[in-house]
Design a protein around this ligand. Sequence first.
Ligand code: FE
Length: 255
Amino acid sequence: MLNSLISRRRLIASGTLASASVALSKFAFGASMQDTSAQSPADAKAMPGVVPAYLGSSPQTLPPLPYADNALEPVISARTIGFHYGKHHRAYFDNLHKLLAGTPLAQASLEQVIMHSHDQPALADVFNNAAQAWNHNFYWNSLSPVTTQPSEKLQAAIVRKFGSTEALTKALVTTSASQFGSGWGWLVLDQGELAVIKTSNAETPFTRGLAPLLTVDVWEHAYYLDYQNRRPDYLVATVSQHLNWAFASANLDRV
Ligand code: FE
């Protein structure tokens, strides 16, 4: 609570985003994208706090699931999605609303909140809830109930870096399974090259200049009801059957 009060006072005092123009879109990487030519992921490294243009802007509102809660069965059950989306994801937005009420960040995009609060110990609660809200927006769209294919551009990049899609998915499973404790596995674009990385807790790649293309959630709440301690089984099934390559392809085009 004390940390939250400090965070709120600090935000109210700062006022730096009070006049920020906020264009809201339905999702992270939503339809109303900004000009992507002005800023590359690498530029974000040089300008801490600036939202990379390719990200667009996401409202501080829980978006609808892009499919029915049973659409990923039997790989991910409706019960898991019910708790994961309906309780965990919603709670990150609810917590964020409480933390930011009456502050200049209350009307900012999720991306603005994340970039503003990253690496600021006094704003750790704000960052954690905003980043988890954004990561989950991205996660639901990283999964698809139907089979999807990478675009020619993404396929060429996969072959160039990993040799094959099979090798890439194997790397994604291995890297994600090896995350110690809670976190995320990602396919990202790093300086124009694909890379597979993992992040801890709420950390998200774009704060360090990496453009996210796909993610898998490896917090226990993502799989424990269905797989208990068998995280690799959840990852193999999810990555082999439900990754949304069309979403990754669209994200690659925007960077
Ligand atoms: Fe999660």
